[in-house]
Design a protein around this ligand. Structure first.
Ligand SMILES: Nc1nc2c(ncn2[C@@H]2O[C@H](COP(=O)(O)OP(=O)(O)OP(=O)(O)O)[C@@H](O)[C@H]2O)c(=O)[nH]1
Ligand SMILES: [Mg+2]
Length: 444
């Protein structure tokens, strides 16, 4: 195993920079620069000196002997002053020490995974925690980092393996007087699991939406004021506004933080119907966006309301919020229904700002409904959802083929366990079987 080092804090000038070393030579490296090893897991002020005796910096150093460290290996941490030259000097000195090499991207985390400090869901959560932009994203990432999801999946996997142990026992000990209901016990166990897994698969979109942001798109006829509404929501001039119809040609995006929940809002080119044909690359992109969106904002013109343009109206569905813009031109929100095609309507003026509080409140509700944290740890990636759905599928296969030979049915359980193992990165089935068999007292 090599010993690697890297700057763990951000690049550029800062009060403090943190440089970490992991691997068997971390202790030697720390002792070489700081003169002596500090006591484990205690911060110690230390004057760092280069091999030739030059001072590097007055630093704070920490020593984490493995395996009780972030990577499971010996780890040394240098907290130095965050000037680029200080960091450069320290990295150069570390690189000059025998056996030390710069770390590859993600190498500290990879070692933590290899040494069993983190499972795959935690590795992903670490990246999500660093990337989190809103409060709800942070909460979800930290929950996953603490291992909630990994523990749930591991519990399912153990249950599947217990059922498998029963089935294996029924196969191996068919001649012996094994309790006749041993296969039935396995079936009962599996039957309990499936609804739990189904529910998580069903709820997974929430976790994925929260991680990636709810994808929302503004749709409407040319010149209806999409870019103006977009800029108001973004609280800056992110998109170009002009009296010329057809101003917006491509998709423009902003990230909004709606009380902690993330919304990715896209402004698009105006929709118009040209002899029933949707034409133009801009419109094609707008429509593609609309098809992928979690939430659509369909914009209509207050001066025509309640008459609506057909090209936009065609996109109104259960994912749509209706926005009627330019109410300033008609002397305020027109009277009448606040519902169109069963969807809520909000009247606004991008010119005066009227109605935006109500629109934002509605968007907040819509986004919260799509990202709200569930009691159970949520799946945050499509990868989790696909593996879990595959696992539940194999469990169903096990139950449905009740007439098939037990050997074949056992294979379904093995595949179910393996799919779950893909989520956490724990793929060894046989090791678990040993453990499960050990508590299974046949012949005693
Ligand atoms: N009076 C009034 N004018 C508005 C309002 N919102 C937008 N406008 C004007 O309407 C014109 C078109 O606005 P945009 O925001 O560029 O419209 P758009 O839907 O993005 O247009 P395209 O990108 O060309 O499809 C501009 O002259 C805006 O100033 C509003 O609420 N009231
Ligand atoms: Mg526009």
């Amino acid at each position: 195993v090599s010993t690697v080092f890297a700057l763990s804090s951000g690049r550029g000038r800062a009060a403090i920079a943190v440089v970490r070393v992991t691997g068997p030579r971390a202790g030697t490296a720390l002792a070489a620069l700081a003169d002596a090893l500090p006591p484990p897991r205690a911060a110690k002020p230390s004057r760092l000196t280069a091999v030739d005796g030059r001072a590097i910096d007055a630093a704070l150093v920490l020593w984490f002997p493995g395996p009780a460290s972030a990577t499971g290996e010996d780890v040394a941490e240098f907290h130095v002053h965050g000037g680029p030259a200080v960091v450069e000097c320290l990295l150069t000195e570390l690189g000059a020490l025998p056996g030390l090499i710069p770390a590859e991207p993600g190498e500290f985390t990879r070692r933590a995974f290899q040494n069993g400090k983190l499972d795959l869901t935690q590795v992903e959560a670490l990246a999500d925690t660093i990337a989190a932009e809103t409060e709800a994203q942070r909460v979800q990432a930290v929950r996953q980092l603490e291992g909630e999801l990994g523990r749930l999946v591991e519990y399912w996997r153990e249950e599947v393996l217990r059922a498998l142990a029963h089935v294996e026992a029924a196969i191996d000990f068919a001649e012996d007087d094994l309790p006749a209901d041993v296969a039935a016990a396995a079936e009962a166990r599996v039957r309990r699991l499936i609804p739990q897994m189904d529910k998580s698969v069903h709820d997974a979109v929430r976790g994925e939406c929260l991680r990636g942001g709810v994808q929302a798109v503004l749709l409407g006829a040319p010149n209806v004021g999409k870019s103006s509404v977009f800029n108001r929501l973004a609280r800056r001039d992110a998109a170009i506004v002009s009296p010329t119809a057809g101003t917006t040609r491509d998709v423009v995006e902003v990230h909004l933080d709606l009380s902690g929940a993330p919304l990715l809002l896209a402004d698009t080119a105006g929709l118009r119907e040209i002899g029933d044909q949707i034409e133009g690359e801009g419109m094609r992109r707008a429509v593609a966006r609309a098809e992928d969106a979690d939430l659509k904002l369909a914009l209509f013109d207050a001066t025509a309301w309640p008459v609506t343009d057909a090209a936009t109206r065609a996109h109104v569905d259960g994912k749509t919020v209706i926005v009627v813009n330019k109410t300033d031109l008609v002397g305020g929100p027109p009277p009448g229904s606040a519902i169109l095609d069963g969807r809520p309507v909000r009247f606004v003026s991008a010119r005066t700002g009227a109605g935006f509080e109500e629109l934002l409140a509605l968007l907040e509700t819509e986004v919260a409904a799509r990202t709200g944290l569930t009691e159970e740890p949520g799946l945050s990636r499509a990868r989790h959802r696909e593996a879990l759905a595959a696992s539940a599928g194999h469990l169903r296969g096990f139950l449905e083929d009740a007439a098939a030979p037990l050997e074949l049915r056992a294979e379904e359980l093995r595949l179910a366990a393996r799919a779950l193992g893909r989520i956490t990165g724990r793929v060894g089935v046989e090791d678990m079987l040993d453990f499960v068999f050990s508590e299974f007292c046949i012949g005693k």
